[in-house]
Design a protein around this ligand. Sequence first.
Ligand SMILES: NC(=O)c1ccc[n+]([C@@H]2O[C@H](COP(=O)([O-])OP(=O)(O)OC[C@H]3O[C@@H](n4cnc5c(N)ncnc54)[C@H](O)[C@@H]3O)[C@@H](O)[C@H]2O)c1
Ligand SMILES: O=C(O)C(=O)C[C@@H](O)[C@H](O)[C@H](O)COP(=O)(O)O
Ligand SMILES: [Zn+2]
Length: 353
Amino acid sequence: MTTIHVATDSPYDVHVGRGILVERLRASLGGARKLLVVHQPAMSRIADHLKEELGIEVLLAEVPDAEAAKRIEVAQFLWQIMGQADFTRSDAVVGLGGGAVTDLAGFVAATWLRGVRVLQAPTSVLGIVDAAVGGKTGINTEQGKNLVGAFHHPSTVIADLELVDSLPRNELLTGFAEVVKAGFIADPRILELLETRLDATTDPTTPEFAEAIARAIDVKAKVVANDFREHGEREFLNYGHTLGHAIELHERYRWRHGAAVSIGMVFAAELSRLAGRLPEAAVDRHRAILGSLELPMTYPVGRWQSLLASMRRDKKARGAMLRFIVLDDVAKPRVLEGPDESMLFMAYQSLAD
Ligand SMILES: NC(=O)c1ccc[n+]([C@@H]2O[C@H](COP(=O)([O-])OP(=O)(O)OC[C@H]3O[C@@H](n4cnc5c(N)ncnc54)[C@H](O)[C@@H]3O)[C@@H](O)[C@H]2O)c1
Ligand SMILES: O=C(O)C(=O)C[C@@H](O)[C@H](O)[C@H](O)COP(=O)(O)O
Ligand SMILES: [Zn+2]
């Protein structure tokens, strides 16, 4: 088992290993009398197993799959279960599933009684390397992605790689978009692994996969330890997300996050180049790596105005000023404030197929 420490003001560990879920959960109960296990349909057998094995009262709440879970109606359903079960501040929530569930479970934990503990048990690559770590929790609204949420640290993160065995290959690859993001903003070794040993790095049984995952978690852990509430460097974790989130809204949340962020990263790289920073070779490197993972990199030109309108609600915007994360080079992210609309459109046009 690998353990990565997240040194925030409320520190916790991220455990990554095989067959560790029950044992690590037991060790992390911290006096809870009741657990609410929020899970996706794909995790129902594992949730039943937890109910049998944990030796305390376990309430199971199956929620709709993927983004359909990140809705206020689903949060309301969970608050109702907690109310009916007299769920107190010494009890705890478990998020078991992909990033959609860990975001929802974290949000419900952050808001119930103004905050109860959440133990995150991510089961997708994306959940393990990104969503379950760092304490950003939230739900979507009809106006945009994650517009309602809270910062709420998990008390532990348990990534049991045995559960990842059932993750479909396309889901694994879309999750790698966030691994690539970690590579471009902070850790070029991740990019080298993907460029030189793609098959091994995307095979959950190999040391290359373990290394890429651990490195991506490490990038996130370090950033959130320095800037939990996103006053500064945490914004770098949003590389590719300004356009990515607008695409998710445009697609009515039927696309996977990683797919939208892949297009968003190509856009951000092109924008970096147009701003006179990133060399063209680094932009090509984005396309080569994301393409090798079969991730999308193009989007219809005619949707620009609608996407631009959605980007104005991005959390990094300040008043009328749009702000983007760009790269001066690999591992050198920075904020680009208020770029001309003509430059934005030019970057967007390069996404046309
Ligand atoms: N809070 C954060 O910091 C943060 C960071 C990154 C992403 N996110 C959020 O995470 C979400 C995306 O996460 P995701 O890509 O994991 O999507 P997801 O949770 O929708 O999971 C993708 C699909 O994989 C299935 N799945 C998950 N684990 C499985 C397993 N082990 N076996 C079989 N099927 C499995 C799910 O049921 C779903 O159909 C988005 O909502 C995004 O906004 C949050
Ligand atoms: O943890 C962060 O900070 C991130 O930006 C990580 C992103 O990968 C993630 O998708 C996050 O949910 C986006 O946050 P938002 O504040 O743009 O909604
Ligand atoms: Zn993301």
